[in-house]
Design a protein around this ligand. Structure first.
Ligand SMILES: [Zn+2]
Length: 380
């Protein structure tokens, strides 16, 4: 049974221990020490990393009463151990922040945390009931108030016969000694994880988003250092957008709306102009078949232009796009069933698509020269 130093002091970064066993496993050398400050993966919190001697610890997991360190090299005897404490502290911030937020949601909405995931950039918490926007805002405000109050985070080990006196949150039935994590006035929850000693160490709890999930909601949170990194990144984005739009940071939303409006108007004018150009070009055409290339055009352009051309020629084909990205095509006729032409084109020019007897549409991954070769050799 490994002695768990992280329950005696969760801030232990360095310690000396004796190797009990070291065997080669699938992911590396599996090292068991007589005591450890490395927290094993559990309750949504990832396993700790760091070094045992000169052997890197890539993960820590629990196996019965033992804690197994997954390491890159074999070690033996007495060893100096060092945690990646920056990572651990960030995990403690996330984990304790989750307690606060879940405890407050529990008291506001009466629902339980039924899922918790600590991702690389943010955490998600799942609740088994609906949460309104007002309740979410209130929970965020109260969570941060709990941080400002710098409340102690305590571990409580009640005797079995006392346990019924505690009203605590628990994710599952627990065998043996129950360890409760108490944040006075905020949360009481059965938990085996590591936590900061005072809520002030968390810094901030920010709700990022909420989505319906199963019969309840999934809430994404930014907590502690990760929240600062997120704020920094978003602040850079806001300033970059503000500079691009030549608008004050607090006015970027209406500025983006203006740009999108202008873009929509320009697109409309452009489509009118293009139709005029197509009409002029179509006017000058005649013959049994006709092919046109609309450089940089869209699928819609191909359809409109080929339809105009079909008034003047037997079969009209328009290819919008370019050699690099391929072409969208439309083949139109008032007199000939063009579906076979479409099939032959797809076969010859790596294309896909289809349609009705008077028009087929699709795309080809071929160069202009190949398309022209195909067109020159088809028999109508
Ligand atoms: Zn916990």
């Amino acid at each position: 049974m490994t002695q768990r130093l992280y329950y005696e002091n969760q801030y232990t970064k360095n310690f000396t221990a004796t190797v009990v066993s070291c065997t080669e496993g699938k992911r590396g050398f599996e090292i068991i020490l007589d005591k450890t400050a490395f927290f094993p993966e559990g309750g949504g919190q990832p396993g700790d990393t760091g070094f045992i001697g000169n052997s890197e610890v890539i993960d820590t997991v629990e196996s019965g009463d033992d804690i197994i360190h997954i390491c890159t090299k074999a070690v033996s005897g007495e060893v100096d151990c060092r945690l990646d404490f920056e990572k651990r502290f960030t995990n403690m911030q996330q984990h304790t922040g989750e307690h606060i937020f879940s405890g407050i949601i529990h008291s506001i909405c009466g629902c339980d945390n039924v899922g918790f995931h600590m991702g690389e950039h943010s955490i998600t918490v799942d609740f088994n009931c609906a949460v309104t926007q007002e309740q979410l805002d209130e929970a965020e405000t109260l969570s941060n108030e709990a941080i400002y109050k710098n409340i102690p985070v305590e571990a409580v080990y009640p005797a079995d016969d006392e346990l019924c006196n505690y009203d605590y949150r628990s994710k599952k039935e627990i065998k043996g000694q129950v360890r409760l994590t108490r944040i006075e006035g905020v949360d009481l929850c059965a938990c085996c994880g590591t936590h900061v000693a005072f809520t002030g160490e968390i810094g901030i709890i920010k709700v990022i988003s909420m989505a319906n999930y199963k019969s309840g909601v999934r809430i994404t949170l930014q907590i502690g250092r990760k929240a600062l990194a997120d704020y920094r990144e978003k602040n850079i984005s806001v300033h970059e957008i503000s500079a691009l739009l030549k608008a004050k940071t607090e006015e970027i939303t209406p500025a983006v709306e203006r740009v999108l409006n202008q873009l929509q108007k320009s697109r409309y004018k452009y489509s009118l102009l293009k139709k005029e150009i197509f009409a002029v070009k179509a006017n000058d055409t005649s013959g049994e078949k006709f092919i046109a290339f609309d450089d940089g055009g869209e699928a819609e352009d191909a359809r409109i232009f080929s339809d105009m051309l079909a008034e003047k020629v037997g079969v009209a084909a328009v290819f919008s796009g370019n050699d690099e990205n391929g072409y969208k095509y439309a083949i139109t006729s008032r007199t000939t069933d063009v579906r076979n032409i479409g099939k032959e084109l797809n076969a010859a020019c790596s294309g896909r698509g289809g349609g009705k007897p008077d028009m087929v549409q699709g795309s080809v991954a071929a160069k202009r020269e190949e398309i022209e070769n195909f067109w020159n050799n088809i028999n109508l």
